[in-house]
Design a protein around this ligand. Structure first.
Ligand code: DGY
Length: 441
């Protein structure tokens, strides 16, 4: 079996033109235009309308995109994100800088308790990973600015370790939105156990921007809002919420990405002569946590419902974030090949062989350029040359999807059809930093 069968498949599809001229310089220019278009002055929105605020991991990707042509603006993005940090160390998943009626739930529903109106949960902590990338692109320009946000990033990571670990050191999410993978089938079991009493009537805005078939269902949304209400009613007090919140899932996204980010932060601390005490022990704990997410029955990294002590039983794109965290397992290569042979564009968010796979519904099947990036760059770090080759092939596959179908929020992995929002910040960033053939190494 070929290592790169998935790229061969996509290149050889009968119904598509064999070779078409692609103007990569024009695509680079379009990606830069999108970043500037979504710039609201110091922070970037994911896309206008659907997401009109600053989102945490979108913003870290935006910084990386800006760094390709404006390093000062890249640092500004990270600084504006860290400006929303709570006293507890938590960095919120949304910062509501300026109210916008086109989004629900807004600042009043969330009632965040930080220096800037915000949501009350966090999001995958990729900021330190991108801060390292931005810093290494120009250490001289970045020295002071990196040093200024270093302690904040360390406190944020500590907050995860204090409030979000399970007994093994894996990181848990306490709301489906915290993992960034809102409606992935991993949450189906724990969400079913929630009875969303008192949620009442509310008006969703997402489905007026995007085809509802591409968005989470009402069943999911009722529970998302119920969990927001619970947090707000407890003033987002971490200790009280740990007692009261029935949703607590040990998650490969958070665990692998925090492990990656903590390694990156430690490398930055060493480069800048800043305190790194305790970080080796944190990393050892997170490594143990990451390994504990191995579901022996599935033979794959999986999410685990901590409250019910139940595996989700899902091979998802988050399972493949292992390489970036420095966790290798041969069985994951076999899963990767099996999954990629069933699709044409990108890593599907859910196993295409599963009966819960829906190719256009948000995190239940579509592929995401940012996840391709996180998986692909992780694979490129592998000690195994065959795994590294798969990482490179994934960059080329992502290039093909964006070149053919545009800077979409996500893609149907079977056809490449663009889905969700358009002119998307993080897709443009992934293009500029990784997928474009003009990227310099
Ligand atoms: C949304 O509104 O869909 C977001 O994913 C929440 O973060």
């Amino acid at each position: 079996m070929s290592d790169h069968q998935f790229t061969k498949q996509s290149a050889g599809a009968e119904s598509e033109p064999k070779e078409t001229f692609v103007d990569y310089n024009a695509l680079d220019a379009e990606a830069r235009r999108i970043l500037n278009l979504n710039d609201r002055g110091g922070y970037t929105v994911p896309t206008d309308g659907l997401y009109p605020y600053q989102w945490n991991w979108d913003s870290a990707f935006a910084a990386y995109g800006f760094a390709q042509f404006n390093i000062d603006r890249a640092w500004q993005e990270l600084e504006s994100l860290m400006a929303g940090q709570w006293a507890s160390g938590m960095v919120p998943h949304i910062l509501f800088h300026k109210e916008d009626a086109r989004y629900f739930p807004g600042p009043d529903v969330w009632g965040g308790v930080g220096p800037i109106p915000s949501s009350g949960i966090s999001q995958p902590p990729v900021a330190a990973t991108f801060a390292r990338r931005v810093y290494e692109m120009d250490p001289l320009a970045g020295k002071e600015r990196m040093s200024a946000i270093y302690e904040g990033l360390r406190r944020w990571h500590q907050w995860f370790l204090k409030w979000r670990t399970d007994e093994n050191g894996a990181i848990c999410v306490t709301h489906p939105w915290e993992a960034g993978r809102d409606n992935t089938p991993e949450w189906d079991g724990p969400l079913k156990r929630i009875d969303p009493v008192g949620v009442g009537e509310y008006k969703r805005r997402d489905t007026s921007h995007v085809n509802p078939e591409m968005r989470p269902t009402k069943f999911d949304y009722d529970r998302y809002i119920w969990l927001v209400n619970l947090g707000r009613n407890l003033d987002w007090d971490d200790a009280k919420l740990k007692e009261a919140n029935p949703f607590r899932v040990a998650d490969p996204t958070m665990t692998f990405l925090l492990l990656r980010a903590h390694r990156d932060l430690q490398a930055l601390g060493e480069a800048l002569n800043l305190p790194t005490d305790g970080m080796d022990a944190d990393i050892a704990l997170l490594e143990a946590g990451a390994r504990s997410l191995w579901n022996p029955k599935l033979q794959c990294y999986d999410a685990k419902d901590v409250m019910a002590d139940e595996w989700a039983g899902c091979v998802s794109s988050a399972s493949f974030l292992c390489w970036g965290a420095g966790i290798e397992n041969e069985r994951m290569v076999a899963h990767f090949d099996r999954v990629m042979q069933a699709v044409k564009y990108g890593v599907p968010s859910h196993d295409p062989h599963s009966d819960r796979f829906e190719p256009k519904r948000y995190w239940r099947g579509p592929s995401w350029a940012i996840v391709n990036y996180l998986i692909g760059t992780g694979m490129e770090l592998s000690t195994d040359a065959d795994v590294r080759a798969r990482g490179r092939a994934l960059a080329e596959n992502t290039r093909e999807a964006i070149a053919k179908f545009g800077f979409a929020e996500y893609f149907d992995p079977l056809t490449g059809e663009p889905a969700g929002g358009s002119t998307f910040t993080w897709t443009a960033a992934v293009w500029l930093g990784w997928a474009s053939p003009t990227v310099k190494g």
